[in-house]
Write a protein that binds this ligand. Sequence first.
Ligand code: ADP
Ligand code: MG
Length: 210
Amino acid sequence: TKTIAVLNQKGGAGKTTIATNIAHALVRDGFATLLVDADPQGSLRDWNAVNGGELLPVVRLDRESLAKDLANIADGYDFVVIDGAPQIAKLSVAAVKAADLVLIPVQPSPYDIWACADLIDILEARREITDGKPKAAFLISRAIRNTKLSVEIVEALNTYDIPILNAHTTQRVIYPTAAAEGGTVFSIDPKGPAAREIIAIQRELMEVLH
Ligand code: ADP
Ligand code: MG
């Protein structure tokens, strides 16, 4: 089982959007995939309730024992995707502990990038006691289409020693529209441009995990 933890202590970064869409992409490729709601706010559970719990398996593990509890549950799954909690450092520590890969969605704004510092500290503390695990990558979230990332944004991201995925999500109405229906972009437009950006992210994640 490979575990991807989608983390950023900033709310609105795109964690739940990325977690649900990536998990659905993996399921569509035939991988048994479990979504873990590690956010006490329970966005993933709300989303799952709207679709009648029928799209993807979701479990609630918003507690410090997440890594240990998950070890028992994850058996038989190819992938686990953790939707992380904002703000609560202890839950980020727990999710980092459970992860093979920490995926950090970040909006291309300096405030959002600076706000990652605490999470990166948690990640580095973990790496010190595990010989460099887990892996990590930034994912640009909600980029404006047809604009290049500014030099300032790239430089701000480069102050952290963490790679930035080439693939990214752009600002598209289909993301909240799909979420409101308890679905993903694949539920609405499986061959559309948003689905293609999610598939590109999925492909890059597979490379990073290998
Ligand atoms: P988080 O889980 O980090 O708090 P969400 O995934 O809930 O972030 O995203 C916050 C809001 O932004 C939600 O309403 C979501 O639908 C919307 N959103 C996320 N990604 C995009 C996108 N690429 N385009 C448009 N809206 C988005
Ligand atoms: Mg969320």
